[in-house]
Design a protein around this ligand. Structure first.
Ligand code: GLN
Ligand code: ZN
Length: 753
């Protein structure tokens, strides 16, 4: 018999109930006991949903109050000293303190989980660190499910991935050398799970789809040699890509089963099947990373081949990865029409897809389900809502020449200097100004229909004008309109582009209690009408100083959306780039002399394997260039990136050929800028001199110090002076104070003080 398995279920609840509960607890409105009870209620509900869907293998310990990596850190007792002496087990207070910090202990770092938009809490490793079993969560949740009559397969994050994701805080600490210290704890947990009645445990090692160092490969070998034995059988889970050169290693490990991501990497099935011996193979055939309904006929074909060669008793059908990364339930969704919904599957629907495939393999009659699935796929393939021949033709006709500005940077620089007439060390900001409670209230009232279109527009115009007057009074050189009309830098554009849809309940966890609702690119993307021109032109009409138009770039729009799966991402990026290009051309025609195209997400789109980087960077950079290259020499193109490490992608950043790039550097003390210096970056740069993530107002002297440092790496005539990022999360008093200092610092630099 083929078995239907799941690897993980969204923990936030259909209506973000977990967010509500956790935040109430943080505010002191819900006790630790009440929070625990709400967690148990959600787990029970989610287990029952999976059981009722017909899953044979239901995961436990996939739930978390914050993050599964932090849960593992707690399990291993790896609590950094600053969070106080730990008792026998990590308390909820300590757990949340690690995630969020306290007044005297800064939070642990947070970063993106592989190539997802989920963020995990980074483990910290120090000299002489001790590990011990400090959380019974995996066992407790297994027993909790068992008490409900549900037999689960507990999920653990594997030791080598956990160590690989952590960071040594003391020089000389080698994370992989800590393996022997944590393995006994893993072995103990497995033993306890066996005693509790678990026959299988899923152990996640997504690190297997990355380029492994020798130490990591050795670590995997020794870890699983030590873990295999009298405990439960292990289902080693790889996901987010192909095992490739790690396939032999993965298959050589003494584990009973191996999970493969056959959505990202269908090509690895044949090889894995040929070499799997008597290992159980879990076939990840349903996309856990995207929202589209599966092509069941195609998946079934692959599964049937696998069953024929490997035997029905040795395969499982599963999603490609945990369903944590997709929204909860499409049936509850009210923001989409019926046709659109027929093309989609959220977590609950994906469970049904897994079960349908499994039943088909086991000989059940699923003709009706397959027919509905095929009809939906056919309607999507043929729908005029998706296919716009004009957009396709235009994208196909793009040539290299469309990606190049008329003149090289040197000539552009002269034309721009003549037009803009800016002083040395010109000052500007990154785009947004404080989104005050008033601004947010007006937007909410407008959405609810309590504020008329005309009144809302009048309000936004008044805010914009006031913002411009403040910038003038501060003495900034290049102004922005402030972005008061925008809720979010991707949603704002998505709402105005053809080919985009929006859900009401399509939440996915981003980090801790924070959830995001990525818009959905379902069809060919185009721009029916100008999106920002009115705002920028209005703003420019109010001032003699140059106004910088403000757009989001094609790669960032792509990266922060659910993207269609029926064409390569590169093709979708190109369509978005053409839409942005239209906007750039219209802004230029409206007399806007500088246009910023934000690309904060370029780096996070990098493939997990180095081998994929060049191809990605090629189309990503091309998309940016396509969006910008239509303007005349004297029109200045800016771009902005934040949180970026540039060292290994410097050639690509330079190839974007923006006239000016602003980056986040203040927290790294201009360290990030050395990549630009070493590379001899040819165009202009605005290294951030104010960390806008903190309410602290940096004094003029601090900014001068940073600028002097910058001027020692980058020729002074190519430096701009600006904050690290947009100011939407700041309040006006600190914003004005910091910008006053920023302008003073620039003036001091001009005088050479
Ligand atoms: N222009 C945007 C802003 O200022 C940029 C935001 C970002 O880089 N994330 O808000
Ligand atoms: Zn930024």
């Amino acid at each position: 018999m083929v078995i239907a398995a799941n690897l993980g279920f969204p923990r936030i609840g259909a209506r973000r109930e977990l967010k509500t509960a956790v935040e109430a607890h943080w505010k002191g409105n819900l006790s630790a006991e009440e929070l625990a009870a709400e967690g148990a209620r959600l787990r029970a509900l989610h287990w029952r949903i999976q059981r009722d869907a017909g899953l044979d293998v239901i995961p436990s310990n996939d739930f978390s109050f914050y993050d599964q990596v932090l849960d593992t850190t707690a399990m291993l007792g790896a609590v950094p000293d600053r969070f106080g002496p730990s008792g026998e087990t990590v308390t909820p207070a300590q757990y949340f303190a690690m995630a969020r910090g306290t007044s005297d202990a800064p939070a642990m770092e947070m970063t993106k989980w592989f190539d997802t938009n989920y963020h995990y809490i980074v483990p910290e490793f120090t000299e002489g660190q001790n590990f011990r079993l400090a959380s019974q969560k995996p066992v407790d949740e297994f027993l909790e499910a068992r008490a409900l009559g549900i037999h689960t397969r507990p999920v653990l994050l594997g030791p080598v991935t956990w160590l690989s994701l952590g960071k040594a805080k003391d020089a000389g600490v080698d994370p992989m050398a800590l393996l022997p210290a944590i393995l006994p704890i893993y072995a103990g947990v497995l033993r306890r799970l066996a005693e509790a009645g678990a026959d299988w445990v899923q152990i996640d090692e997504p690190i297997l789809v990355t380029d492994l160092s020798d130490a990591q490969a050795r670590g995997l070998r020794s870890a699983y040699a030590g873990l295999e034995g009298n405990g439960p059988k292990l289902m080693l889970a790889s996901y987010f890509g192909a095992l490739d050169d790690n396939l032999d290693l993965a298959l050589s490990l003494p584990v009973a089963g191996l999970h493969l991501d056959l959505v990202r990497a269908p090509g690895q099935a044949a090889q894995a099947l040929a070499k799997a011996g008597d290992k159980l193979l879990s076939l990840g055939l349903i996309d856990g990373r995207n929202v589209w309904r599966a092509d069941l006929a195609k998946a079934l074909k692959l599964a049937q081949d696998a069953a024929a060669t490997h035997g029905k008793d040795r395969i499982q059908i599963a999603p490609s990865c945990s369903l944590l990364h997709v929204p909860f339930d499409l049936d509850a969704e009210t923001g989409l029409d019926g046709e659109m919904k027929s093309w989609l599957a959220f977590a609950v629907q994906k469970l049904a897809e897994v079960v349908t495939l499994t039943r088909a393999l086991n000989g059940a009659d699923v003709a009706a389900e397959l027919a509905v699935n095929a009809a939906a796929a056919a309607s999507r393939r043929a729908s005029p809502r998706i296919h716009d021949p004009q957009v396709k033709a235009r994208a196909a006709a793009v040539t290299r020449a469309d990606l190049d500005r008329h003149s090289p940077y040197g000539a552009r620089q002269k034309a721009q200097a003549a037009r803009l007439n800016l002083p040395g060390f010109p000052t500007t900001t990154i785009g947004s100004f404080p989104q005050t409670a008033e601004v947010r209230r007006a937007r909410a009232d407008h959405r609810k229909g309590l504020l008329s279109d005309a009144d809302y527009e009048a309000f936004l115009k008044a805010e914009t004008e006031a913002c411009i007057r403040r910038q003038e009074a501060l003495g900034l050189d290049m102004l922005v309109h402030g972005e008061f009309e925008r809720n979010d830098m991707v949603e704002y554009f998505g709402e105005q582009l053809a080919g985009y849809a929006f859900t009401r309940l399509g939440w996915v966890q981003s980090y801790g209690s924070r959830c995001v609702k990525p818009p959905l690119i379902f069809g060919d993307v185009s721009r029916p009408r100008p999106m920002t021109v009115e705002w920028s032109a209005f703003a420019q009409s109010l001032t003699d100083r140059p106004m910088k138009g403000m757009l989001t770039g094609p790669v960032t729009i792509l990266q922060w959306s659910f993207v269609r799966d029926d064409q390569p991402r590169a093709d979708t990026a190109r369509q978005i780039a053409l839409a942005i290009r239209d906007e750039v051309a219209d802004l230029e025609a409206a007399g806007i002399g500088a246009i910023q195209i934000d690309e904060p997400a370029i780096r996070e789109g990098l493939p997990l394997r180095r081998a994929g980087w060049d191809a990605y960077l090629q189309w990503a950079v091309d998309a940016f260039r396509l969006s910008a290259a239509c303007v005349r020499d004297e029109t200045q193109i800016h771009t902005h990136m934040c949180y970026s490490e540039f060292n290994d992608i410097m050639p690509a950043i330079a190839a974007m050929d923006a006239d000016v790039i602003s980056i986040e550097t203040s927290r790294s003390d201009m360290e990030l800028l050395t990549a630009f210096g070493d590379f001899e970056y040819p165009n202009e740069i605005g290294p951030g001199v104010w960390d806008i993530h903190s309410p602290r107002v940096p004094p003029e002297a601090d900014m001068v110090t940073l600028l002097r440092k910058a001027a020692s790496v980058i020729p002074a005539e190519r430096l701009w002076v600006n904050p690290d990022c947009g100011l939407k999360t700041r309040a006006w008093p600190e914003t004005e104070a910091a910008l006053r200092n920023l302008v003073a610092a620039a003036r001091a630099m001009r005088k050479g003080d």
